[in-house]
Design a protein around this ligand. Structure first.
Ligand code: SF4
Length: 276
């Protein structure tokens, strides 16, 4: 089989797996090329872990981020005041330092602070808008039906929940799942920046219109935001439907598949660039 035919066959298999994962069917079987991809991903993960253990380069270049116009004035103030949590050196220590935050009114109404979950050395970071009712109850992002669907979507592109890092822009649930308010984002987004600094993802997947619009400070509809590589703090970012939107409207499945396939292809190219 030539390369083209192999790629098409791979696409078909992945689409069948995606459909299978979302509908609970049993259409997909692992193949040699999947095994090879898993081996490559595992090798890269091991290399990244080793590299990070010996990495002595400076962390996030805050000077650049402050001058690229993306970070809010509040964030600049936080950088300037050097709050204690800004010095956190691990994701767990950051969590410990901010988990009692009361900087915005959502601190008073939350049941649980929802920091984030996953691999602290992840290449892929998933960002939603804010915790919902299930997340608020359990203290973990993307649980409940939408979370289960997200796990299946990840599996369809050969990623596991524990491979990636998952969090939200806001760490506390807005009452009645309303959209995040600008003041809440201004107060909470610096924590996300710090999570990004510590995790150093190669690519970000923004989950849903609100997350995409909030991160990019735009009112553009999802239809024009998807299918593009955006830039968030110098990291490539792709915006896809929120899993909850797929639960409400199964017609979005085909579009979602196209988007997650594009994400997987882009991520594979990044991995291959790292190998060469
Ligand atoms: S939403 Fe963010 S800023 Fe507001 S209280 Fe929770 S952690 Fe603090």
């Amino acid at each position: 089989m030539d390369n083209n035919a192999t790629n098409i066959a791979d696409d078909v298999k992945r689409f069948l797996k995606f459909q299978s994962e979302l509908s609970g069917g049993l259409l997909y079987l692992n193949t040699k090329s999947d095994t090879k991809r898993e081996e490559t991903t595992q090798k890269l993960t091991e290399e990244k872990t080793t590299k990070q253990q010996s990495d002595t380069t400076p962390k996030f270049d805050t000077t650049t981020t402050l001058t690229n116009g993306r970070i809010s004035p509040v964030t600049q103030t936080l950088f300037a005041t050097q709050d204690e949590w800004m010095k956190a050196e691990t994701i767990d220590s950051l969590n410990e330092q901010i988990c009692n935050c009361m900087k915005c009114p959502l601190g008073k109404t939350r049941t649980n602070f929802v920091f984030g979950v996953g691999n602290p050395n992840a290449d892929v970071m998933l960002i939603g808008e804010a915790p919902g009712a299930d997340e608020d109850r359990q203290g973990e992002p993307f649980v409940g039906r939408a979370g289960q669907l997200l796990n299946k979507i990840l599996e369809a592109v050969e990623l596991k929940r524990e491979d990636v890092y998952i969090c939200n822009i806001l760490k506390c649930r807005p009452p009645n799942n309303r959209d995040p308010q600008p003041m809440e984002v201004e107060q909470c987004e610096p924590y996300l920046h710090k999570q990004i600094e510590l995790i150093k993802p190669k690519i970000i997947l923004a989950l849903g219109r609100i997350a995409g619009q909030t991160l990019l400070r735009t009112g553009d509809p999802l239809g024009s935001l998807r299918s593009q590589i955006h830039d968030y703090l110098g990291i490539p970012m792709i915006i896809v439907y929120h899993p909850a939107a797929l639960l409400r409207n199964p017609n979005f499945k085909k579009t979602m598949w196209e988007d997650v396939k594009a994400f997987r292809n882009y991520y594979d190219n990044l991995l291959n660039e790292n190998l060469s």
